[in-house]
Design a protein around this ligand. Structure first.
Ligand code: ACO
Length: 428
């Protein structure tokens, strides 16, 4: 037996194996704990719980390191593109030229959605949040493609993965088009994945849509930075829901809903709304930071803090730089960017944030870019979902291939009433 940890319970000494990851991360293997002692571990928020082994993403939150399949996020951001990174996380390696062309061509040729699917959007109110529309639409794919839903069938998996990545841009754009009452645009196969999305999102049938290369590159970068982030809330949701062996579309739809919350992906919308509120109420950045420190829940500094990063979020650094470049290239002066920089500067020097290791996260500047390229704030989280999709799928695939695969089923410590008699209705 390799290294072990000792645990004394009820006077009995237990030796628990320690497993080690490729980057030296160690975990006490407690799989036999309940069987041998009758007790379970207690870890609300799973902050100390490793739920799986994974080869996909490595994060060192103290050093601000993020790598997909070993490749640093900085290199991917500079040299790669979204579909290539999607291939990397999904299949474990960068594609060669032929693989890349085949993958891109297959994705491009699956972007159209069933004509009847448009009526599905028509049934939603105009003011439906795009995340509600997107999660419902992705869930509904399982109704439209019921011929290939078996997560144990390799051919079914392959076609579902391609359909999902391809149709996600169409569905996301249609969620927006529906909300503004504009006609849905058919995808165009001559455009890149991101160019096609921009065309379906911002184009109209009235005139030819020209993809702005600055916007296309910025959007591609943002998608790359969001591709995966190991066992975060939405990814764990995809794994947990998927562990029941439900189809891929249903598991991803659940992940989209998890992402929507303001403590997770929903924060990017909240950041821009916070910046706009500061601007519109004429508050100074300093005043707002003071409110956030006072624990006023309406004034939490959105886009600050992270469960894992306790030094800096490497994605934020890349986005901040891109934000400056994109706005300069587009000739946009943004008051919101000014406020964001001021908030960051004040907070990073303030003991409250320093002591709690609260740093700006991925959501802090991304919204400023989305805002500058004309995306309404309620679409921001849907764009996060678009970027995260390959990561969710990769984690779902990995889970199904895992020899330790088990349905997810945490335990609890029951604290409710002990045995209670049933009292008939007329005696209560
Ligand atoms: N503003 C003010 N105070 C904060 C903030 C913030 N943004 N974030 C954390 N704190 C404080 C908490 O009040 C707490 O203070 P206390 O110790 O005095 O009680 C302390 O810092 C620790 O915070 P927790 O909420 O316990 O940390 P946790 O790891 O559970 O939460 C989270 C992390 C949810 C991201 C949190 O920092 C937060 O709500 N941030 C704002 C929302 C946000 O930006 N979310 C996006 C995260 S990135 C992503 O999911 C893509």
């Amino acid at each position: 037996m390799g290294e072990t940890a000792e645990l004394r319970v009820d006077g009995k000494l237990l030796e628990l194996p320690i497993i080690e990851g490729s980057e030296g991360e160690r975990a006490i293997d407690i799989r036999k704990l309940r069987g041998q002692t009758g007790i379970v571990t207690f870890d609300p928020g799973y902050a100390n719980t490793g739920a799986c082994r994974s080869d996909i993403t490595f994060i060192d939150g103290d050093k601000g390191i993020l790598r997909y399949r070993g490749i640093p996020i900085e290199e991917l951001a500079e040299k790669s593109n979204f579909l290539e990174v999607a291939h990397l996380v999904l299949f474990g390696r960068l594609p060669n030229r032929e693989e890349f062309d085949n993958f891109t061509s297959s994705i491009t040729r699956h972007t159209m959605i069933h004509e009847d699917f448009k009526r599905f959007f028509g049934a939603l109110p105009k003011d439906a949040h795009p995340m509600a529309a997107t999660s419902a639409a992705i869930g509904a794919l399982s109704a439209f493609y019921s011929d290939s839903l078996d997560p144990r069938d390799q051919r079914h998996i392959e076609i579902s993965v391609h359909r999902l990545i391809a149709k996600m841009i169409t569905i996301t754009a249609y969620a927006y088009k529906h909300s503004v009452g504009q006609p849905f645009m058919y995808p165009r196969n001559d455009l890149s994945y991101v160019g096609n999305f921009l065309h379906m999102m911002f184009g109209t049938p009235c005139e030819e849509f020209e993809v702005n290369p600055v916007i296309e590159k910025a959007m591609d970068l943002l998608l790359i930075l969001h591709v995966d982030h190991e066992q975060n809330c939405s990814t764990s949701t995809v794994r947990l829901v998927g562990s029941s062996k439900v189809n891929l579309f249903a598991a991803i739809s659940a992940g989209i809903n998890a992402l929507w919350g303001p403590s997770h992906g929903g924060a990017n919308q909240e950041v821009i709304e916070m910046l706009a509120a500061i601007r519109d109420q004429g508050l100074s950045a300093k005043e707002f930071v003071e409110r956030a420190k006072a624990g006023d829940p309406s004034a939490r500094l959105m886009g600050f803090g992270h469960r894992i990063y306790k030094n800096f979020d490497p994605r934020m650094k890349i986005i901040k730089k891109a934000c400056d470049e994109v706005l300069t290239q587009l000739g946009i002066h943004s008051k919101l960017l000014e406020i964001a920089k001021e908030l960051e500067e004040i907070a990073l020097k303030d003991d409250y944030f320093v002591d709690r290791k609260l740093y700006p996260n991925v959501d802090f500047y991304s919204g400023v870019i989305y805002n500058a390229i004309g995306t309404p704030s309620n679409m921001f989280t849907a764009l996060f979902a678009l970027g995260r999709l390959p990561g969710w799928i990769a984690q779902w695939l990995e889970m199904h291939q895992d020899e330790d695969f088990k349905i997810g089923r945490p335990r609890q410590v029951y604290t409710g009433p002990t045995r209670n008699p049933y009292v008939p209705l007329d005696k209560r």
